[in-house]
Design a protein around this ligand. Sequence first.
Ligand SMILES: NC(=O)c1ccc[n+]([C@@H]2O[C@H](COP(=O)([O-])OP(=O)(O)OC[C@H]3O[C@@H](n4cnc5c(N)ncnc54)[C@H](O)[C@@H]3O)[C@@H](O)[C@H]2O)c1
Length: 256
Amino acid sequence: MNRVKDKVCLVTGAARGLGLAAVQALLAEGAKVMLTDRDSATGETEAARLRSEGHDACFMPQDVTEEGQWTEVLDAVIKAWGRIDVVVNNAGVATLSDVEATRLAQWKSTLAVNLDGVFLGTQAAIARMKAGGGSIVNIASIEGLIGEPLIPAYNASKGGVRLFSKSAAIHCARAGYGIRVNCVCPGFAETQMVAAAVATLPPDQAQAFVERTLARIPLGRFARPDEIASAVLFLASDESSYVTGSDLVVDGGMTA
Ligand SMILES: NC(=O)c1ccc[n+]([C@@H]2O[C@H](COP(=O)([O-])OP(=O)(O)OC[C@H]3O[C@@H](n4cnc5c(N)ncnc54)[C@H](O)[C@@H]3O)[C@@H](O)[C@H]2O)c1
């Protein structure tokens, strides 16, 4: 119940999927959580539901690619709760198209959310955490470890998140800030991101893609969002006090 008691947390992309699951895991262990998302309607609804269940949760609209909105959101968190202990940079996007079909605009928009957003969130968090320490958890992917021919921009963004996070982790450790920076690398999880991406394929190809992917996962199934949230919770909590600059792979053995 108290693994992150009274820790003040911010989770981006928190209206649904892995972000919402991380919020629920943190709240269940005693945290106070600011949810942000560019989908205001769903985010507001989820935050209201969590408050009605007795949790300390708020929502603010945020586009993680907008630098100024990071200031607004973190200022609001500090005004509400006095400090920030944990930032989970979770917001992300994915579209399917191979390297030959990918347009520059699509490449740039993927990197803007998945990589620029994580850079801005990490930088803004460090500025506000360096006096008192904290934990930054960046959601990368196994797609930052291995290549997948249908998602070159996503692969590039997630590989970037992993190495950027290591650089920030070393900087914060050497500076003595007491800030840890780590990545979670989920494998395939049951969320709208995967369902929506698969739905863009013709039905026969979609079926083949799912079957091919499941055959590559030793545990034989996709992850439940709460199974990824457990890894976020561990990295957010003081149980991981000696863990920084690491990638926590949660993929049912897919990359083993
Ligand atoms: N689902 C998977 O299999 C899987 C695997 C590995 C990594 N991931 C990563 O986990 C994270 C969450 O994925 P998910 O599956 O829950 O996706 P999802 O599409 O279900 O949810 C993503 C959320 O991010 C929000 N978002 C998108 N762009 C945003 C922006 N610019 N600013 C603020 N919010 C924005 C969306 O509105 C949405 O609520 C992503 O970074 C994703 O790349 C997912």
